[in-house]
Design a binder for this molecule. Structure first.
Ligand code: AMP
Ligand code: ZN
Length: 115
């Protein structure tokens, strides 16, 4: 997908405003526009990757996972939090740029489906 037509590439480029939670060389975390919990951030790679299915770069995978945990610490989610990667159509992925949801700030229940 060309970067300019991708919503999250445009957020990463600063063309569309977002509320940054964490910014590093490789990843960006920003608040979800429709939060499903008191704290709800999305962690994305700065470079375009369609979904977790296409993620083959182990180093980038590490950056994403560590950034998610750092977001949880920054958001003070000591009581717990959840990481979700909706992937492709059956996974309910709506934005075609890999993103990890970091959710917390309330008890999230046991469901495995989308929050
Ligand atoms: P998914 O269903 O896993 O693809 O999640 C996409 C998420 O992106 C949803 O939770 C949306 O609320 C969120 N979202 C869509 N547009 C924006 C935006 N401009 N800024 C922040 N979050 C967004
Ligand atoms: Zn993109």
């Amino acid at each position: 997908m060309p970067a300019m037509s991708c919503l999250f590439c445009r957020i990463a480029a600063g063309e569309i405003p977002s509320q940054t939670v964490l910014a590093t060389e490789h990843v960006l975390a920003f608040r979800d526009i429709h939060p499903q919990a008191p704290s709800h951030a999305l962690v994305i790679p700065r470079r375009h990757v369609d979904s977790l299915w296409e993620l083959l770069d182990r180093e980038l995978a590490g950056h994403l996972l560590l950034a998610a945990a750092e977001v949880a610490r920054l958001e003070r989610l000591e009581q717990g939090w959840r990481l979700i990667a909706n992937t492709r159509e059956h996974g309910g992925q709506e934005v075609g740029h890999l993103h990890l949801h970091v959710l917390g700030g309330r008890a999230l229940g046991r469901m495995l489906a989308k929050p």
